[in-house]
Design a protein around this ligand. Sequence first.
Ligand SMILES: Nc1nc2c(ncn2[C@@H]2O[C@H](COP(=O)(O)OP(=O)(O)OP(=O)(O)O)[C@@H](O)[C@H]2O)c(=O)[nH]1
Ligand SMILES: Nc1nc2c(ncn2[C@@H]2O[C@H](COP(=O)(O)OP(=O)(O)OP(=O)(O)O)[C@@H](O)[C@H]2O)c(=O)[nH]1
Ligand SMILES: [Mg+2]
Ligand SMILES: [Mg+2]
Lengths: 292, 279
Amino acid sequence: SLSDKLARTFKKLRGQGKLSENNIQEALKEVRIALLEADVNYKVVKQFVEDIRQKAMGKEVLESLTPGQQVIKIVYGELTRLMGETRQELALTGRTPFTLMLAGLQGSGKTTTAGKLALHLRKLGRHPYLVPADIYRPAAIDQLQKLGSQLGVPVYGTDRKLRPEDICVDALSKAGTVGADILIMDTAGRLHIDDALMAELVRIKEKILPTEILLVADAMTGQDAVNVAKHFNELLDLTGIILTKMEGDARGGAALSIKAVTGKPIKFIGVGEKLEALEPFFPERTASRILG
Amino acid sequence: LYGKKQIDEKLLEQIEEILFTSDLGVAATRELIETVQAGVARKELDQPEKLRKALKEQIRQFLDVVDIPHSMPGPGEPYVIMVIGVNGVGKTTTIAKLGYQAREQGKTVIFVAGDTFRAAAIEQLQVWGDRVGVEVIKQKQGSDPSAVVFDGLSSALAKRIDVVLIDTAGRLHTKSNLMEELEKINRVIKRKLPGAPHEVWLVLDATTGQNAVSQAEIFHKALGLTGIILTKLDGTAKGGIVVGICRQMKIPIKFIGIGEKMDDLRPFNAPDFVDAIFG
Ligand SMILES: Nc1nc2c(ncn2[C@@H]2O[C@H](COP(=O)(O)OP(=O)(O)OP(=O)(O)O)[C@@H](O)[C@H]2O)c(=O)[nH]1
Ligand SMILES: Nc1nc2c(ncn2[C@@H]2O[C@H](COP(=O)(O)OP(=O)(O)OP(=O)(O)O)[C@@H](O)[C@H]2O)c(=O)[nH]1
Ligand SMILES: [Mg+2]
Ligand SMILES: [Mg+2]
């Protein structure tokens, strides 16, 4: 683990009361490796390690800590701070019906997360309406309808021959008929470099003006996480991130990469395939996991 | 790496960045950089162009894995391929592509709807079956996947089908009960048709980071992988995770997925893959 490696690094340097240039260098190398192994983006790591170096230079090693522990404390604190200090819930303010738009790469977990959000919102006393706006993937509409009926949540009857933006507009107009105060729009998975499909998301946004636009990203994503998140954010100005499949053993460095490049809050994490498996995001937990 | 006139620290840093951002990982990148530095020290690599060639050649070697020998089906027996992997990587879509390819080659194919868990998984495979012209053997959602697989094999034997493609539910390798379910399916296949499954292919998503190594290790340990399929290479991810996996576990990469349509499958080509890493 990183703490063991740092313990060994500092063992070679005796009697250090202060964190200095030379003892920091070796420690930072270990931190860099730990972050890269955790899938944090190369450029993000570079910047982060430099920030840590600035923060650690000249710092007094606290009485109760070893130099290695001191460095970890600084790294852990900085990681936690970067990934979002305060817990951010959905920003449901303004007029109802509220609208949540889910977007992301193929297979990241959007449709399942739509179901999870519906359950979460219902527990909060809301009346969600699921809107299948994926007209491409075989049985995508079927999938969301099944999740809706499992939960007893109404699902808009999508006509595949309509364009996704018109589906969403029509669903919004029908929200009242099912007593819904919040719409959850599930969109088709797409590549950030697919201009036509990214333009479709922009059209949905322009017609609906969603309360929240959430990027649903897979926690095990590697270096590409920054390219994806950056592009989705530039085109849509995301309001939040949801990281899925977090219950596995992926270190989850994508969390730091995505937060660093978009600045947007990670609101939830998916921790399983069942609809109950949605949790609020706690930066401290992900920070220790990234450090390994 | 183009247009660089000399080999210096800056060039090595550029190379390191390319390797890391392609998801090759710490170990493989370190080894490749050390090999390059050794070549530079010996004055064998004295120009950037030579260095780049040497690097590409080394990566190609890591990817060079001989096919894993396994039994072949007897006369009248189907070739049985089991497709596994974590959630959302592209298993079901890849099965559609493999079925399409087999049909193009004049073979008879059936799909076995082994994902009896996820909402509309069976319906999804059925849509593909209709599009590709392949029968889908299925039962109700919630039924025992082993029972569906057994049915599928019985049907394939009775109809003398050439290729059986078994779809399984996505599952995280860290879930031991789900890994046991997979091992049970494997045992059912073995008992029904000795020699089968002739192929166990792990589907990996090219956007995955180092967790792919853990996935490959655990799925390999549980079932014995005979191949890897790398999907979503039509995105910007380079899929460099397979370099370490091939080198460490010697599992061949069979195909790559380059899109969502039934003909978006290509046989894996190491030189092309390596060229793509260097852009
Ligand atoms: N283990 C785990 N699996 C998840 C989680 N969230 C979603 N999944 C699974 O991931 C797979 C893909 O989920 P989908 O909801 O179909 O993903 P999607 O983003 O809608 O996919 P496309 O519409 O094709 O882009 C399914 O097998 C889900 O059950 C999670 O938090 N943990
Ligand atoms: N761009 C691209 N998308 C792909 C590729 N392969 C699959 N997909 C998409 O990825 C998403 C998930 O594909 P599935 O076939 O449902 O994945 P799966 O592994 O069967 O998912 P689960 O059964 O839920 O675990 C779908 O939207 C597919 O169209 C590929 O090579 N490129
Ligand atoms: Mg979906
Ligand atoms: Mg599937």
